[in-house]
Design a binder for this molecule. Structure first.
Ligand code: FA5
Length: 340
């Protein structure tokens, strides 16, 4: 009987050491220590043995149980360690592998132009100001010397929100806001932003576009200051060889008024469909601030003069990068956007 238990122990210890996982280990434990195991059978037959044999066999069975349980515990620890190692191996990171590539965004080309213009103006001593896109009729028109029945209001067909609120048709209302805030002190600002008009979209017109407004108010300001400032800005942003043309024009908020054209980048001034055959592209409106505008904003026109301008950002960008259709800026075709 002792030999049987000895053999059983050898088999049990071998099988325990080969268990691959906790389930297999539990099954092996039940096989050798459970109710239907060979040792349980031996214990059930104890009645048949003599006292001496009972002592010897009972002692051996106990040794067997202790040995099997110790082996099970040892293997359980090993299995747990093996599982942890397997998990760690599966989570191992190879830091030498190349990283995932995330596509980077970039600034929109119109934002680039605005930032470049702002830098140029800041270098010339201007400050940056802003105003709301949903504007009051008061600032967009009335304080710009365009009373309710003024025929010039037709020049800018307007998106009205209520009778007194509208989407601003130009950045000029920021002039009135800045002047009221400055309370009679000298001013030198530029104000970039979006504007809205019921214009029909074509290669050079959009119903929503951007302008950068400029306003300088001080004593002894003349048209020569306006011309000098704009010539300097255009030679910086479009290159020293850029030809600029000042053309007499009319705006109710400036007197005298001019429109400024730059030679068409596409035909170099010969005339093409883009410039509608005349060789020039209009980029801004400007002039000397009208005495009524100064007066309404609290400035004495006999003491103070000012010049103002409103540059079309899209037009400048088209000239700078050779873009022949303004609609490209707003249709968000990645093939266009990614070029800049
Ligand atoms: C004005 O908006 C005046 N407020 C400019 C001004 C400011 C004059 C200060 C005097 C003093 P105008 O409507 O011409 O003016 O527009 C100015 C510029 O905006 C144009 O020269 C052009 O470059 C651009 N622009 C005008 N309409 C459009 C449009 N539909 N799409 C794209 N750009 C436009």
């Amino acid at each position: 009987m002792i030999n049987v238990i000895n053999d059983l122990e050898v088999r049990a210890l071998e099988k325990i050491s080969q268990a691959k996982n906790v389930n297999e280990l539990n099954e092996t434990k039940a096989e050798f220590l459970g109710k239907k195991s060979p040792v349980s059978e031996i214990m059930g037959k104890m009645r048949e043995f003599s006292v001496e044999q009972k002592k010897e066999i009972g002692g051996r069975v106990n040794q067997f149980k202790v040995a099997v349980e110790a082996a099970v515990l040892k293997r359980l620890e090993e299995i747990k360690e093996e599982e942890v190692n397997k998990k760690l191996a599966s989570e191992e990171i190879d830091v030498t592998l190349p990283g995932k590539k995330f596509s980077k965004g970039s600034l929109h080309v119109l934002t680039k132009t605005i930032e470049e213009l702002e830098d140029i103006f800041i270098g010339m001593g201007y400050q940056i100001a802003e105003g709301p896109e949903v504007e009051e009729d008061l600032y967009n028109f009335e304080m710009m010397n365009l009373p309710k029945d003024h025929p010039a209001r037709d020049m800018q067909d307007t998106f009205y929100i209520t009778e007194t609120n509208l989407m601003r048709t130009h950045t000029s209302p920021v002039q009135a806001r800045v002047m009221l805030e400055a309370k009679g002190k000298p001013i030198k600002v530029v104000c970039p932003g979006k504007v809205y008009r019921r214009d029909n979209d074509d290669a050079t017109h959009s119903h929503q576009f951007m302008q950068i407004e400029g306003l300088v108010v001080d004593t002894n300001i003349t048209m020569a200051d306006l011309k000098g400032a704009l010539t300097q800005v255009f030679s910086k942003i479009l290159g020293e060889n850029t030809k600029v043309r000042f053309r007499p024009s009319y705006f109710p908020f400036t007197e005298p008024s001019v429109e400024v054209d730059v030679t068409c980048f596409k035909c170099g001034g010969k005339g093409c469909p883009l410039c509608k055959g005349n060789g020039w592209i209009e980029v801004l409106g400007a002039g000397m601030v009208h005495p009524n505008v100064l007066r309404m904003a609290g400035y004495d026109p006999l003491k103070y003069q000012g010049f103002a301008f409103g540059i079309g950002i899209e037009r400048i960008t088209m000239l700078k990068y050779g873009i022949d259709d303004i609609r490209n800026f707003y249709t968000n075709d990645p093939r266009f956007i990614k070029q800049f």
